[in-house]
Ligand binder design. Sequence first.
Ligand code: 5GP
Length: 213
Amino acid sequence: MAVSPGGRSPEAVAAGSAAPVGASAPATARHSRLTVLSGPSGVGKSTVAAALRRDHPEIWISVSVTTRSPRPGEVNGREYHFVDEGEFDRLVAAGELLEWAEFAGNKYGTPREPVRERTAAGLPTLLEIDLAGARQVRQSMPDAVLVFLAPPSWEELVRRLTGRGTEPPEVIERRLAVAKEELAAQGEFNVTLVNTSVERVCRQMVTLINSYQ
Ligand code: 5GP
């Protein structure tokens, strides 16, 4: 794990400092700090998010809206809220998205209100979004903790992006080009976690999120 100058290593955080899990926050609770997990497409962000959703239900993970079509196995309202262009544009115009970005020809955005509610209640809150979105959050919520998930190597990232087999070649090409730019953005983040194992990254994320409550 690498930590940027202003950052803090999750492993340096004492386990005893973890916030109580599961319980809803008392009325007097302080706002929690939003945690943002970002990094190149294909690095495994959504796998980490799925593992956290399964094993750590005390951490609330925002469900984004997207104009992309569902992949096999994806459930509307669980991985994403799947909407058409018209509905997405309406949400943007109404100011209902905390951030949004276009990625590989589709639009993705974070509904603002559920995030506001969770952080105001002092609950552990996580976004899993792309770099453009993470930059917007840094601007609008400077308090947010930005986590960069890095691949063990570029070769491994290419293998993961091309191995998924669910996207046409031109989509993969576009994603590789974006991923190159995204890797260079690592220094903008508070913490970098290298995705050598999903379990390890999940442990580090839980420690990190609890330490900032
Ligand atoms: P995928 O289509 O593979 O599920 O996601 C493509 C990219 O969009 C991933 O990098 C993912 O993190 C990002 N993404 C998912 N939801 C959001 C969101 O609400 N906002 C932004 N900016 N990016 C998102």
